[in-house]
Design a protein around this ligand. Structure first.
Ligand SMILES: CC(C)(COP(=O)(O)OP(=O)(O)OC[C@H]1O[C@@H](n2cnc3c(N)ncnc32)[C@H](O)[C@@H]1OP(=O)(O)O)[C@@H](O)C(=O)NCCC(=O)NCCS
Length: 430
């Protein structure tokens, strides 16, 4: 059994024999991986390598971001939850995000509140580390009880039979060529990535470390990606990234910047060749945002939409979150008939109440508002992030929740201006 360092934790022992800890070294994570491998049933052993990469090798991963509960009698790790620090962007504004990493409890220890206990510790650590928002790509329903709700799109995309992609017209030399990217292409690739997510409300922030990590995982790993630069006359004009290995969706393109129809067709022809020659099921899977030209071209060729799942999101610090996205709110006001707004605008989340103080179109302050305020927008706390993150329009939330309402017409108009429904696209990094 590995030695364990008991790091300070406000909870202390959960029971006499079950103790909450934070890993002190990579070695301690071996016991946590044993737990996950056992808790995920028959898939556990297969997933172990992926989970090891997730906990130990992913850029930014740190052993002390891993919480676990050890049974000091049996020596077994009974349950674990981990924090993965990330940065997402809200219309270009960096938002510190605490993703919940792998969660599991050994069968014999389930339904004793061990995950509940670790989520409380997780939220404290994430807040301490400056994360204003926490997200998880997790199992259905379970995380609602910890304040999470399905808020941002995850997965989805399009499946297209490879044979549906037309050949290039006879005798016409391709205008675009694809070549595998090298590390020297990184600045150009990051520029294309930024252009690709520019129209999105929420997007994941790409760094060279993450990009290289994704392209550099083990040759046979299902997560390994491969990046190509799209060139015209020898100049890079776009990129495409795909899963390097076999996948149940055929040849899977995970992201691309291909702003013209001709480029999209060339990318799809390339994908067609690989799908036909190297995949068991000759189809092309597109995991790109639905409002990109590549998705639109694929759909026009007969591609079928896959149903998206969703990120489960909890805003950990609503005041700091609203303050951080202030520049985006100010831009929205400036582009509306409310330009130069001087007014307080208040939100009643029932569990807490917030006040946004706008002066001359600038968000000067976000604070709590007194209980007796007549609030501009009232909305249950769990539904509000869907509005803040542009996942649902104010009208959709008001239609769905009888306890969501705007105070008057002016309050409603401002709500629509400040928080319009917008597309988002976040790439999941396992
Ligand atoms: C899901 C899982 C992590 C729950 O662990 P746990 O230690 O039993 O969770 P907790 O006891 O802290 O659960 C808190 C509450 O959720 C309830 N709960 C447990 N499993 C649940 C489930 N699958 N769905 C809904 N509620 C569940 C518990 O009864 C408990 O309710 P209570 O506090 O009112 O008694 C565990 O069943 C597991 O490891 N499953 C296999 C791996 C997995 O799917 N991991 C999640 C990947 S995202």
């Amino acid at each position: 059994m590995m030695s364990c360092k008991l790091l300070p934790c406000p909870h202390g022992p959960i029971t006499d024999t079950l103790h909450l800890r934070r890993a002190g070294s990579i070695d301690e994570l071996e016991d946590v991986l044993d737990l996950h491998a056992s808790a995920f049933g028959p898939r556990g052993a297969i997933l172990r390598t992926r989970m090891q990469a997730n906990l130990c090798a992913r850029p930014g991963s740190r052993p002390d971001d891993v919480f676990y509960v050890r049974d000091i009698e049996s020596g077994l790790v009974a349950s674990s939850v981990s924090l993965i620090r990330q940065q997402w962007s809200y219309e270009g504004i960096p938002i510190p995000v605490g993703e919940v990493g792998i969660v599991s409890t050994r069968e014999a220890y389930r339904n004793r509140g061990l995950v509940r206990h670790q989520f409380a510790a997780f939220a404290r650590l994430a807040l301490q580390q400056g994360c204003v928002m926490s997200v998880i790509a997790g199992i259905p329903y379970f995380y609602r009880q910890f304040g999470y709700d399905f808020i941002l799109p995850l997965g989805g995309g399009i499946n297209l039979p490879a044979a549906a992609v037309p050949e290039a017209p006879e005798g016409q030399a391709p205008r675009y060529t694809l070549r595998q990217a090298t590390p020297a292409d990184m600045p150009m690739l990051l520029g294309f990535y930024s252009a690709m997510v520019e129209g999105q409300c929420v997007g994941s922030v790409m760094t060279p470390e993450i990009w290289c990590y994704q392209d550099g995982v083990a040759e046979d790993s299902p997560e390994r990606l491969i990046t190509y630069v799209i060139e015209r006359d020898g100049d890079g004009v776009g990129y495409v990234r795909a899963m390097a290995n076999e996948d149940s969706n055929g040849y899977v393109i995970t992201s691309a910047y291909a702003p013209t129809r001709d480029m999209c067709l060339e990318v799809l022809r390339y994908a067609r060749r690989i799908a036909l020659e190297q995949r068991c099921d000759p189809k092309i899977g597109l995991g790109v945002a639905m409002d990109t030209p590549l998705a639109q071209v694929a759909e026009a060729l007969g591609g079928e939409r896959r149903r998206a799942y969703a990120w489960q999101v909890r805003i950990l610090d609503p005041i700091r979150f609203l303050y951080l996205i202030g520049p985006a709110l100010e831009r929205r006001l400036a582009a509306s008939s409310w330009a130069g707004l001087t007014r307080d605008w208040s939100i009643n989340l029932y569990t807490t109440r917030l006040l946004m103080r706008f002066r001359d179109g600038k968000l000067m302050q976000v604070t709590t508002s007194p209980r007796d305020t007549q609030h501009d927008l009232s909305c249950p706390a769990e539904a509000m992030p869907a509005i803040w993150l542009g996942y649902r329009s104010v009208g959709e939330v008001l239609d769905w929740y009888a306890d969501a309402a705007c105070r008057n017409t002016e309050s409603r108009q401002l709500a629509d201006v400040l928080f319009p429904k917008r597309p988002s696209w976040i790439q999941w990094l396992f």
